[in-house]
Design a protein around this ligand. Structure first.
Ligand code: NAD
Length: 455
């Protein structure tokens, strides 16, 4: 099938590469010339395990093309996926300017039936806006072609995106019941047929329910995290171990173990903005989503907890203190720093006069870029960040180690070496990587999240 993907970011690139892997002929469009140049010269602009192989293989096979040519992209695909960013607007709502720009481009150039698929995460009702934008362009040039707008939200996780796309838990597709909608249904069914060979994974529904499902899923996951984080803070006060509590409740199949880890807050490009956007949608309809307001507030607080623990231990004034920070990406296996908790911790430490040495297995280049922006008007703070090539190098002479991202590489370090490099054996573990009794026995002073057990 001939497919166009508009937006070649985390979602668009993975979607395009994986659909090409299934034998489709895929044209990927982006407005970012630099990104397209990297892709056309054989590079990959993001870190995503397994992606480079799929892209290289399918480019070589002639099934995957990258371009900035809008007219050619519209001409190519019978199905046009919109996978551009939907960042939060100032009022928390999803900024639809990129989605609507993509829609207008389609309307401006299409000369035959197209299925336009909203793959970006967009608020309920966006398909109507996309339809209106395309219609306006068609009417302006008196073009009598038909189309259908479909919602097909993406559930892949950064860091496991290729695997998630190729083996999805579910595929959600919302079509309307017009004749064009039925035509779109048939094409989408054909496109996703390879994923449904063993058992049907597609949930067919109306367009608005499909749009809503994506927000409901992310809001639920964010709620589980904030719930555990709030209980972890209480566990610290009452002297209980949140990890023991997690096992105790997760064993109930109605609760389950997934997404119950306490830590120093969630980040990334999805949970924070999607929770906000759903709240905003609710407000537009005169409803206040009380639970989600609390989820967001708890998360904002939680991103400060690691820094607060450091301040409780070393005092408000951290001038002359030096800390090692392991992990900068918002989660492991990605270089994505959007809304990462590390950025909050670094600000807390630097504002109090400390210096830091930071290390992340893959996000170093992105960290340099993002932190330069974060501290653009505070170069005196930026100067106090040392970018270390290895986790061990970051430890040299530090008053303590703070862990922000749960990279596998941080789970079993050589503790004797860690101790010898640190000025004092103190660890602030924002992801509960270690067992307090084991690390205590190894001679460390250990501060986890919700693990201050009274024995
Ligand atoms: P991203 O910022 O990585 O990529 C977006 C790309 O779109 C950029 O390369 C940008 O240059 C391009 N673009 C913008 N306007 C364009 C236009 N008019 N024409 C062509 N290209 C254009 O974003 P992302 O992380 O891939 O997210 C895309 C959407 O998918 C968002 O709505 C996001 O919420 C959703 N989503 C993201 C994830 C994730 O893990 N990143 C998961 C599920 C859903």
């Amino acid at each position: 099938m001939k497919i166009t993907i508009i937006g070649t970011g985390y979602v668009g690139l993975v979607t395009g590469a994986c659909l090409a892997e299934l034998g489709n002929n895929v044209f990927c469009l982006d407005v970012d010339q630099k990104k397209i140049d990297i892709l056309n010269s054989g590079g990959i602009p993001i870190h995503e395990p397994g992606l480079a192989d799929v892209v290289t293989r399918n480019r070589a096979a002639g099934r995957l093309t990258f371009s900035t040519d809008v007219a050619a992209s519209v001409a190519h695909g019978d199905i046009q996926f919109i996978a551009v960013g939907t960042p939060p607007d100032e009022d928390g709502s999803a900024d639809l300017q990129y989605v609507l720009a993509a829609a207008r481009n389609i309307g401006r150039h299409m000369d035959g039936f197209k299925v336009v698929v909203d793959k970006s995460t967009v608020p309920v009702g966006t398909a109507d806006k996309v339809r209106a934008a395309i219609l306006e362009e068609l009417q302006a040039r008196e073009a009598g072609v038909t189309f259908s707008v479909v919602s097909n939200p993406e559930f892949l996780k950064e860091g496991a995106a290729v695997e998630d796309f190729m083996r999805p838990d579910r595929i959600v597709i919302g079509c309307d019941d017009t004749p064009e909608g039925q035509q779109a249904h048939a094409l989408m069914k054909k496109l996703y047929a390879p994923f449904n060979r063993n058992h049907e994974r597609t949930f067919w529904m109306d367009v608005r329910s499909a749009e809503f499902t994506k927000y409901a899923a992310n809001a639920m996951l964010a709620t589980r995290i904030s719930f555990m984080n709030e209980l972890a803070n209480l566990a610290d006060k009452v002297g209980a171990d949140i990890e023991a509590v997690r096992h105790g409740i997760g064993s109930d199949p109605r609760i389950g173990y997934s997404f119950l880890y306490a830590g120093c807050g969630y980040g990334g490009s999805c949970f924070p903005k999607d929770v906000q956007a759903l709240e905003r949608t609710a407000r537009d309809y005169g409803q206040d989503l009380l639970i989600l307001r609390a989820v967001e507030e708890v998360n904002h607080h939680q991103k400060h907890v690691l820094g607060q623990k450091i301040v409780e231990r070393f005092g408000e004034n951290l001038t002359g203190r030096h800390f090692a920070v392991w992990g900068l990406a918002f989660k492991p296996n990605t270089d994505d720093m959007r809304e990462a908790s590390s950025r909050v911790l670094l600000r807390q430490l630097l504002e109090r006069g400390a210096s830091v040495a930071v290390h992340d297995p893959v996000a170093m280049a992105e960290a340099r870029r993002v932190l330069a922006l974060d501290f653009a008007d505070a170069s005196h703070m930026l100067e106090r960040i040392r970018f270390s090539d290895s986790p061990m190098d970051a430890l040299r002479g530090a008053d303590a180690l703070a862990i922000v991202t749960e990279w596998k590489a941080f789970r079993s370090p050589d503790f004797d070496q860690v101790k010898s490099l640190l000025k004092a054996p103190v660890i602030f573990d924002g992801r509960n990587l270690f067992e307090p009794d084991v690390i205590g026995a190894a001679g460390f002073e250990y501060h986890g999240i919700g693990r201050s057990v009274l024995t």
